[in-house]
Design a protein around this ligand. Structure first.
Ligand code: AHR
Length: 502
């Protein structure tokens, strides 16, 4: 049996946690919208056609912001197609995913959906095939009260009050050759700057996210951030980061260590922001929006086939990764990394939310269920609000194919507004239990500990429609608890939530 220890002190904090760290993402892709959130013929459908069973699960996740409508989809999207009477909306080829978009669900419907799940929209404009003027128009449509072409059209389309969308993405992954209208860093920086100026002139209260690299693996990573920020630093508020991990040709210890490079990615982008700040003698600090993150690899092969076979089909079952216990542990470690970097990462979007690399799955006409990755997100979103604490972890380490000295126990901690503490941790060991000692020192008034654990004897265990409760959290009893000191047993390959209250 292994041993580890965590020390926390109420004075050693990292930063307040921005609730938008628990954001998510819905793209017009696969069955995310059609058959995911929207299915008018479903027995639970609202008069607008939204599935109430899915909305119920989304509400449990307490998602404050949902990025929309893409993703790759947005680089060829005309937002005007998605407003007005449904019967007059055009059907278009979506060149990003080789499918057909009917525009049956559009801007007004999505705003209404978000309101019903207590979320706000984070809207991505098209800076691929379109430009600053078009980006300005949609801000006017959404946020200007009335008396102009676009705001009056919104009113005519049934929304008397502005949508007041606060957060906007200036395109998506514009460094990628898979985008329509891919740009060099300089071209993108110029377009983003001009779009940002016009959008903020229409509504100065909005916040804007500039596209960082589509991953740290891109050959242009680093130079892209430096060059484009040089052009748009003064007019944007956040830089985006995207990262998906996969397990192709990898053993479990290496896969679970994947997040070892995430901290470095975050710190590198933050340093580049600060370098540009220095160069420009600016007083403004840019923060980070990790607006796409997840595990994504199970569906790669089958998607390539499906896109070829059913080219221009509608709502194809694309990116339907079925997540294992291991995947949930890695998703958990990604969340822990965001909490530990809460001083800089202010927005993060689990990509995506329903059916497409998602925590929630549905069958058309049938039930919805939770994948393994649903649970770490549920726990951190519900119990990880407040302030991130500096965690001192004394843990055994291991070496694997790509990394050395990987902590066996990966941990993060938070204190909420009532003074209750939550420690989240992953035991990456395949075989051994780990006894974890918690030393809470200045939190000694907290005497109760609740231990929630997600594990399974099979690392590849999944939840399915037939067996939706195969991998679900259960309670564990603490081994020891006295005067601010606790001991718990972390099962091999487990996700753990330790809630310490008075
Ligand atoms: O989330 C799936 C895709 O991943 C998004 O459309 C794109 O932005 C990223 O490459």
């Amino acid at each position: 049996m292994k041993k580890a220890a965590v020390i926390l002190d109420r004075d050693y904090t990292i930063a307040p946690i921005d609730p938008r760290l628990f954001g998510s993402f819905i793209e017009h892709l696969g069955r995310a919208v059609y058959g995911g959130i929207y299915e008018p013929s479903h027995p639970t459908a609202t008069p607008e056609g939204f599935r109430q069973d899915v909305m119920g699960l989304i509400r449990k996740l307490r998602i404050p912001v949902i990025r929309y409508p893409g993703g790759n989809f947005v680089s060829g999207f005309r937002w005007e197609d998605s407003i007005g009477p449904k019967e007059s909306r055009p059907r278009r080829l979506d060149l990003a995913w080789d499918t057909t978009e009917t525009n049956e669900v559009g801007l007004h419907e999505f705003v209404s959906f978000c309101r019903q799940v207590d979320s706000e929209v984070m809207y991505a404009v098209n800076l691929g095939t379109r430009g600053p003027e078009n980006a300005k128009d949609i801000v006017e449509y959404c946020n200007h009260p009335s008396g102009t072409k676009w705001s009056d059209l919104r009113i005519q389309n049934g929304a008397a009050e502005p949508f007041n969308i606060r957060l906007w993405c200036l395109g998506n992954e514009m460094d990628g050759p898979w985008q329509m209208g891919q740009k060099t860093a300089y071209e993108y920086g110029r377009a983003a700057n001009e779009a940002a100026k016009l959008m903020k002139w229409v509504d100065p209260s909005i916040e804007l996210v500039a596209c960082g690299s589509s991953s740290s693996m891109m050959p242009t990573f680093g130079d892209w951030e430096l060059t484009m920020l040089n052009e748009c630093y003064d007019n944007v508020d956040y830089v985006s980061l995207h990262r998906y991990y996969g397990k192709t040709n990898m053993d479990t210890p290496t896969f679970l260590a994947s997040t070892m490079d995430l901290e470095d990615f975050i710190r590198t982008v933050a340093s580049i922001c600060d370098a540009v700040k220095g160069k420009k003698h600016s007083k403004k600090k840019l923060n980070l929006s990790f607006d796409e993150w997840n595990v994504w690899y199970h569906s790669h092969g089958q998607d390539a086939e499906l896109r070829k076979e059913k080219k221009w089909g509608q709502a194809l079952p694309l990116l339907q990764d079925i997540y294992t216990l291991e995947d949930a542990l890695l998703a958990g470690s990604m969340l822990l990394t965001f909490l530990r970097n809460a001083d800089r990462v202010k927005i993060a979007c689990l990509a995506q939310l329903v059916n497409v690399i998602a925590p929630i799955m549905t069958r058309n006409g049938g039930p919805s269920w939770c994948q393994t990755i649903f649970y770490p997100f549920l726990h951190v979103s519900n119990y990880g609000r407040g302030t991130a604490l500096n965690v001192l972890v004394d843990t055994p380490v291991y070496d694997c194919r790509e990394y050395e000295k990987v902590p066996v126990v990966d941990a993060a901690a938070t204190v909420d507004s009532t003074g209750n503490v939550t420690v989240f941790c992953v035991n990456r060991d395949l075989q051994e239990d780990c006894v974890l000692k918690l030393d809470l020192r200045s939190f000694s008034s907290l005497s109760k500990l609740e231990h929630i654990c997600l594990t399974h004897s099979d690392p590849l265990a999944v939840n399915t429609e037939e067996n939706p409760d195969n991998v679900v959290p259960h309670s564990e009893k603490p081994l020891f608890s006295e005067d601010g000191t606790f001991e718990v047993r972390l099962s091999p390959l487990s996700w753990n939530v330790l809630r310490i209250t008075d």
